[in-house]
Design a protein. Sequence first.
Length: 290
Amino acid sequence: MSSSNADHGELGAFLKARRTELSPAQVGLPDAAGGRRRVKGLRREEVALLASISPDYYTRLEQGRRQASEPVLDTLARVLRLDDGERAYMFELSGRDAARPRRSTTQKVQPELRRLLDDLSTTPAVVLGRRTDILAWNPMAAALFTDFARIPEKKRNFIRLVFREPAIRALYPDWDWVAQISLAQLRMEAARDPKDPRLAELVGELSLQDPDFRRWWGAHRVAVQGTGTKVLNHPIAGQLTLDWSFLTCTADPDQQLITLTAEPGTPSHDRLRILASWAAQAAGHPVADR
């Protein structure tokens, strides 16, 4: 991202969101108001003091009227106690990362991912593109989540389905956590390409439609996650505890193959096999670039 692509307004909102979560005691400052403060978290002046910059400089950063140097960003990451993902996100927003070519708005699943997807007959797998668009899937993924083919291509997006598809929402007993971590990962995507019109359209649509999305998106949380565990309550297979991981396509790093597996010998492993048998019996649908 070049400095011309930097999203200084979003950077300011992110800085403000992070400082409101810190108390003076957490950063070693006295609280002269005795806990009765008119603002939540740290004041701008307190952040500036800790970062050894002027209050005016920091104020202009939050207002999107000033670019920050890399040393200042490093200091702010320390002062605001950002984790690695949050620090990377802040640098993305500031335009301090290497320049990237403008990405095309249309993606098609890479042939090698398509072949690999088709070979996974007992493992649910999907290919996600930019903005968590669902580019392709196998019958097991359709059996686990939903029949993606019935969803119009322009609406076929994981974040949208998590918030707006009742059948998928009902799969997750910990839906709140799943939704929030998904949004935190989407924020990293937004930092990489802040001028993506389809991403802006997605965020605008869901912000209007869903108060949870609107509130959590406004919290400016970010996350980078490569593996994890999902618990799902499936209407046919029952409760499943599945480990997920992703494979990034070297031909198009914006495409990722996501697989969900269960540890052999566990009830979830057996239930996946039951689901595979059910999916095979219902395999009247073609496996397309769905």
